[in-house]
Every structure is written in C-alpha cells, then in structure tokens.
Ligand binder design. Structure first.
Ligand code: NDP
Length: 449
C-alpha cells in the first residue's frame, strides 16, 4: 500500500522511465524522510531574511518599551543602543537561562505523571510523553519563592532583560544546532516541512520531527511545555518582585496580570495532553523557527504587560477592572470549553457527550463538529485566547500602545494560523470543507473575520 502511494506520488511529478513499484528503501525514505514539496515563509530567501528579522523584532520590543521610554510617538529616541558589550550579554544571564533549562529538563525526566501517546506519526508509531508539567510548574514557582524568601536576586530577569534576550537567543540557537545535527543521524524521522535539501531553509524550518536527547528528553516538550510556559510565569514574577522592591507594594494591575497569566499556564499544563494534537507536534520539525519563536519571542512579548507596569504604575478605574475581569472570565470559558469539546470529540467520538454534538460527516472519516461554539466560528478557541490576552494588556491602562504588542502579536499569529489551518483542512477534507465553511462562515469573529 505504502509502496504504491510512493510510486503514485513520484509518478505525479512527471512521466517515469520505468513503471516499477518503489523498493523497500524508497518506501522507507518516503515514510521517514519525505522531501519538502512546498516552501513556506518565502522559501530559502524568506528563511534567510528571518534569521535577522526575528532577533531584530525581539530587541525592538525591548528598546521600544523600557524604563525611560515606552511611547510610540517617541520611538526614535528609544533606540539609544548600549555601546558596552557587557550590557548585551553576561555570563550570569547565560547561567540563569542554562540553569533554568537544566532544571526543566531534570523535572521532565522525573518519572511522575502518566505517560500519554502522541499523534499517530507517518510510520504508524506513536511517541510516549510524560505528563508532569504541573509538577514542574509547582517546583519552579516554589524555587522562585524560596529564592525570594532568602533574599536572592529574583529581580534579575527584570534588571538584566537585555542580557537575558541575548542569552535566551544563544541557547535557542544552540538547541537548533543540536536538533539539526540529530536529524543527520540514520533512521531519524524528518519533518515534511524541513527536508528540501537547502540547508538555510531546512535549518530554519526544522529537519528532525521529534528529536529526543538520550531517548527520554523530548525537545518539543521541553521548549513548548516547559521553557516557554513556565519561563514567562517566572519572568512575570520577577517583574512583580521588582515592583515590590521599588514601591514597597504590589499594585492591583500587576496582581491581575500575574494571576491571569498563571491561570493560562496552569490550564495549559493541567490539560497538557492537548498540546500533543497541535500541528507543531505532528508536522513541524525542531529548527531555528520553533526555538526562536517559542523560547525568545513569546516570553518577551507575554511578560511585556508586567514589565511595563514596573516602570509605569497605573491606577485602573473600576469600570476597567470590571471589563478586564469579564473579558478574562468569558474568554477563558470560551477557550476551555471549545478546546475540551473538540479534543474529547477527537479522542472519543462515541462517548455520551460526543454523541450529543451535531457533526458534519466527512469522506475523510473524521467528522467536524458544527454545534455549540464550533457552530459559531471555525476557531472559537482562538477567540477565547485573544480575549484573555486583551484582558492582560488592559491591565496596563489605555494610555500606551506598546504593551498592547502582546495582543497584536497574538492577533497576527492567530490570523495567520487560521488561514493556514483553513488551507490545510481544504486539502484534507476537500469538498466537505467547503460545505463546512458554508455552515460555519467566519473563522474567529462573526461578521468580521
Ligand atoms: P485548533 O485547536 O483549532 O485545531 C485545528 C484542527 O482541529 C484542524 O486542523 C482540524 O484537524 C480540527 N478541526 C477544525 N475544525 C474542527 C471542527 N469543527 N470539529 C472538529 N475538529 C476540527 O488549532 P491549534 O492547534 O492551532 O490551536 C490549539 C490551541 O492552542 C488553541 O486554543 C489556540 O488558541 C492555542 N494556541 C495558542 C498560542 C499562543 O501563543 N497563545 C499559539 C498557538 C495556539 P483534524 O480534522 O485533522 O483533527
């Protein structure tokens, strides 16, 4: 069956000289290392530009919003770049990042929590993942609390933010190199997105699909589920500690931001299994894109509201606090309810709760839910996510645009993701997807998008 598919795919590129079946070696290559057929991100040129643009954006976010300047109208004067190299990078900041990474790696390897199978891979296999993210979160926050109690410099992340950006960038780059070198070993399953043969493109997109260090430490889990999620909670706590150190108290907006972000991360780790179904786990390889975007970009952007509040304490009117709480609660309910509904339907379509849902039967076999929130828009979970992020940003008041970059970034990313998912689903579901789109007309916000 597999051999025929390979023969057919090869044949579709042009006439074959011989009409033979694929050899077992060809069939194995197609399973483990299929060639990239379609470029993303503008291909090798886009990837090469992105190596420079991504770090530039990361530093831009820092310089555009810091203690003495966080104002869109004075953006040009914000860019007084330090001349001293020690302000850009230090051994201490590298030590903090590497130490945090090692702690997360160690906690992931503790044999606690259930082992869960990931999505079915191209060769029919499923990898096992250890679900102990909550333990890692509790231990990490506990370590932070202990360090604070014993008067250790827990404000380091805030005090040395620029150095931290460089340090995390270096570690992200090293991890991309490690993942790429693992992809060169024999028998490793490669990502269909990162095996074009062009080094710059493949290194960027990620060649190895699921690289694991010593067969235990899953790099994607370490990067997504630990470094990024727990990292930005600790970054937020560092800002909170800084505000306490500077003002002798912690403001209500700061408490709100940290509490709402903690809920988001706690939820993500409580429902850790869900992360295994996202595209990045089943299709995307580990390369510069994932390492940089997840490890550097997101913690910088997500900790922006709390960092802003250290330098710009705000008093929020009661109306705004009420708006924030309503947005957060409604957003969270939409986000959690929709994700639970879809994921439990996908895991067990025959369960009692799944049977109550209205679905569109498809020729592919995996039906599409069209009732409840999934009948309202095609990505209700994105809508809830956006509402929660907007609530975080509103904690910074309405006088400055820069802290809203957190929301703007997520908005752009989820619009791109919704468009990409639409294109992927059209390929998967063919005409059924058009029928589905006629029933559920909008992607994220009714009548707008
Ligand atoms: P979705 O959870 O929406 O998953 C999309 C997939 O779900 C589709 O490819 C399709 O796959 C299936 N699907 C689509 N429509 C239906 C339907 N009506 N019924 C049943 N299945 C359907 O997207 P993501 O994986 O991108 O996101 C997962 C979560 O992660 C979201 O909550 C999102 O907000 C969050 N996220 C957060 C980010 C952040 O930085 N804050 C970044 C990225 C994601 P198939 O049919 O093959 O099963």
């Amino acid at each position: 069956m597999l051999a025929q598919e390979v023969t057919k795919r090869k044949g579709s590129r042009g006439p074959r000289k011989d009409d033979r079946m694929a050899t077992p070696l060809e069939a194995m290559t197609a399973t483990l290392a299929p060639k990239t057929t379609e470029y993303k991100f503008g291909g090798p040129i886009g990837a090469t530009i992105s190596y420079f643009v991504l770090p530039l954006i990361a530093y831009f976010v820092y310089f555009a919003c810091r203690r003495d300047a966080c104002d869109l109208t004075k953006i040009a004067s914000s860019f007084r770049l330090p001349r001293d190299v020690n302000e850009w990078i230090s051994v201490e900041s590298l030590g903090v990042v590497v130490g945090f990474m090692l702690l997360q790696a160690l906690l992931y390897c503790i044999p606690a929590g259930k082992a869960v199978s990931g999505s079915i891979l191209r060769d029919g296999s499923r990898l096992k993942y250890r679900m102990n993210g909550l333990l890692s979160l509790i231990v990490s926050v506990g370590v932070f609390g202990a360090l604070w109690y014993y008067r250790q410099p827990v404000t380091f992340v805030y005090d040395h933010f620029l150095e931290m950006i460089t340090a995390v960038s270096i570690v992200a780059f090293v991890l991309s190199v490690v993942a790429h070198s693992m992809s060169l070993q024999r028998g490793v399953m490669l990502s269909e997105y990162g095996n074009s043969g062009n080094f710059l493109y493949d290194f960027f997109m990620g060649r190895a699909l699921n690289p694991r260090i010593a067969s235990v430490l899953d790099m994607k889990m370490l990067i997504f589920g630990r470094f990024m999620l727990i990292g930005y909670i600790l970054a937020g706590l560092s800002m909170l500690a800084k505000q306490y150190e500077t003002d002798g108290k912690v403001s209500l907006p700061m408490v709100l931001v940290c509490a709402m972000q903690f809920l988001y991360v706690f939820d993500g780790l409580y429902f850790e299994e869900d992360i295994l179904s996202i595209n990045e786990f089943s299709k995307q390889g580990v390369g510069f894109l994932i390492c940089y975007a997840i490890m550097v970009f997101r913690p910088i952007l997500y900790s922006l509201p709390a960092r802003f509040l250290v330098d710009n304490p705000v008093e929020l009117p009661q109306m705004q606090i009420a708006t924030i709480l309503i947005l957060e609660v409604v957003g969270y309910v939409i986000y959690r309810w929709s994700n639970t509904q879809k994921n439990s339907y996908r895991r067990n379509p025959d369960s009692e709760s799944s049977k109550r849902l209205k679905v569109l039967k498809t020729a592919r076999g995996t039906n599409l839910v069209i009732s409840g929130l999934w009948g309202f828009v095609r990505h209700p979970n994105y809508l809830g996510d956006l509402m929660m992020h907007l609530a975080w940003c509103l904690c910074t008041g309405v006088g400055h645009f820069m802290p809203y970059l957190t929301f703007v970034f997520l908005l752009l990313m989820l619009i791109g993701r919704a468009n990409q998912d639409d294109a992927d689903c059209r390929k998967k579901y063919k005409l059924d997807w058009d029928t589905y789109c006629n029933i559920v007309r909008y992607k994220i916000v009714p009548y707008i998008f």
